[in-house]
Design a protein around this ligand. Structure first.
Ligand code: CMP
Length: 135
């Protein structure tokens, strides 16, 4: 089934010059970019995006991180795109993510893990509406 999913290429990836590497993996897989924009977000946008995490212990440094510099927000479309993107991203903790995944190849951090991908169809719908309300 064709799906859309929201991806963030986080500020660590932008700082490290990895946007092309990360985006290339999604494109090479066959996913289609239907929206893409570089943005510098404020804490309120971070809170809306990570609404289910705002009470967690790890949230204050995560909030500081995702607002620390520009990120690239995009919507990808393709067959089973939500699961496909999560597989390409790898496990949350870059130290544990499998080689071959974005995080497994390029991150050694649980926080600065380069990418975000929607985790369910409900999250994808909410996140796409939040980041790209005109879609
Ligand atoms: P993401 O897929 O964007 O979803 C929530 C984010 O919170 C996650 O990637 C990490 O950047 C961060 N995160 C999740 N768990 C932890 C943790 N235990 N410590 C630090 N950061 C975390």
């Amino acid at each position: 089934m064709t799906q859309r999913t929201l991806v963030l290429i986080k500020p660590d990836a932008v700082r490290r010059g990895l946007v092309g590497n990360v985006l290339g993996r999604f494109e090479s897989k066959g996913l289609t970019v239907v929206a893409l924009e570089q943005r510098l977000i404020d804490g309120e946008q971070a809170d809306r995006h990570y609404a289910e995490h705002v009470e967690r212990d790890f949230y204050p440094p995560l909030r500081a991180f995702v607002t620390s510099g520009p990120l690239v927000a995009l919507v990808l479309e393709g067959d089973e795109a939500i699961e496909v993107v999560r597989a390409i991203n790898g496990a949350t903790d870059g130290r544990k993510a499998a080689p071959g995944t974005i995080r497994g190849d390029l991150s050694v951090s649980n926080r600065e893990n380069l990418v975000h991908g929607s985790d369910s169809p409900e999250s994808a719908a909410r996140e796409i509406a939040l980041w790209f309300p005109d879609l």
